[in-house]
Design a protein around this ligand. Structure first.
Ligand SMILES: *[C@@H]1O[C@H](CO)[C@@H](O)[C@H](O)[C@H]1NC(C)=O
Ligand SMILES: *[C@@H]1O[C@H](CO)[C@@H](O)[C@H](O)[C@H]1NC(C)=O
Length: 296
């Protein structure tokens, strides 16, 4: 009996010790220190561990943050963003710096990461560029996108550059260009994408947005413009867009697909909540938006 109590005491003390050590590990050892300790134990750099472990979609995020933190790689971090980057040179430099033995698998994984990061940088730059470009009526390309939007939303009618019909699409006035002045052409690109890639869902949402006798209206296009801009704005501030785009396919379509899915969800929410008038729109949008961001 006494032996058992003694052993039990020993086990309890051990457990307590392990608990204390874990707490110290979590709360008191900074990230850098942890990396160093793991490095001492495994004799491998963080980058090598990421490359050699079982692949997971999140690896590219860990790889990118490790690369950004390392002072040896600041030049590489800059060159990845440029169009002319040479993945072979970068791979060799990383392998040499981190003393990693090269083999085909290592090279393939590294190359995959680098291309993913390169595309991500390009996509983010393009999105921000669209947001920063104001609609220009003299720009043929801008005008063409407007026409495309009309044609896919109202295929049975003839295009009119300025017309009351635009307010039927949820713009504020006869000239949709005014709605893109403040927010850039990101919203136009999104609406066009939504109408083309989700032809049924977008038309259904447009019809729903008119409301009924017992349900309030909301402006379809204005909502799309606001949604796409707020999404980019918000994701620029946090690093959620980074992780989201890096893990998915980093291209414009990924961003616009996300906007489209959120549009459809919001339309359903609007119908379900059935607010008495448009004044309820901002608060409903706000809570919908922050919930959606959290769940990305
Ligand atoms: C893309 O890469 C360039 C060059 O490294 C950099 O200056 C820029 O900030 C990057 N852009 C984004 C959106 O990450
Ligand atoms: C459009 O909305 C009205 C009212 O909600 C509905 O009665 C009608 O069936 C809808 N039309 C289409 C094509 O979805």
């Amino acid at each position: 009996m006494q032996l058992l109590t003694e052993n039990l005491n020993l086990i309890l003390s051990l457990l307590l010790l392990i608990l204390c050590l874990s707490l110290i590990w979590f709360f008191f050892i900074p990230k850098k220190g942890k990396k160093f300790l793991i490095h001492l134990l495994t004799r491998k750099s963080e980058i090598e561990r990421i490359i050699k472990k079982k692949p997971h979609a999140k690896d590219v995020i860990s790889f990118w943050s490790s690369l950004k933190q390392s002072q040896h790689f600041s030049k590489i971090v800059t060159t990845i963003g440029y169009g002319s980057f040479n993945s072979r040179e970068i791979i060799e430099e990383i392998l040499e710096q981190k003393k990693i033995k090269n083999d085909q698998l290592v090279e393939k994984r590294l190359k995959g990461f680098l291309i993913q990061i390169h595309l991500f940088n390009e996509t983010k730059r393009k999105l921000i560029g669209l947001q920063e470009t104001s609609y220009d009526c003299k720009n043929q390309e801008h005008e063409m996108h407007l026409q495309e939007l009309w044609c896919s939303m109202k295929p049975d009618t003839t295009f009119e550059r300025k017309s009351k019909q635009w307010s039927k699409l949820g713009f504020q006035g006869k000239d949709p260009a005014t709605d893109f002045r403040g927010s850039g052409i990101l919203g136009l690109f999104f609406l066009e994408y939504f109408s083309k890639k989700y032809p049924e869902e977008s038309k259904k949402a447009l019809n729903d947005s008119y409301g009924t006798e017992s349900r309030s209206f909301y402006p379809f296009s204005c909502f799309g413009i606001q949604l796409s801009n707020e999404l980019l704005q918000n994701l620029k501030k946090t690093d959620r867009l980074d992780s989201y785009l890096l893990m998915k396919k980093p291209e414009l379509a990924t961003f616009f697909t996300l906007c489209s899915e959120l549009f459809i969800k919001f339309n359903q929410l609007w119908k379900k909540k059935n607010p008495e008038n448009l004044l309820k729109f901002p608060s409903l949008f706000k809570s919908f938006f922050s919930d959606s961001i959290k769940n990305l």
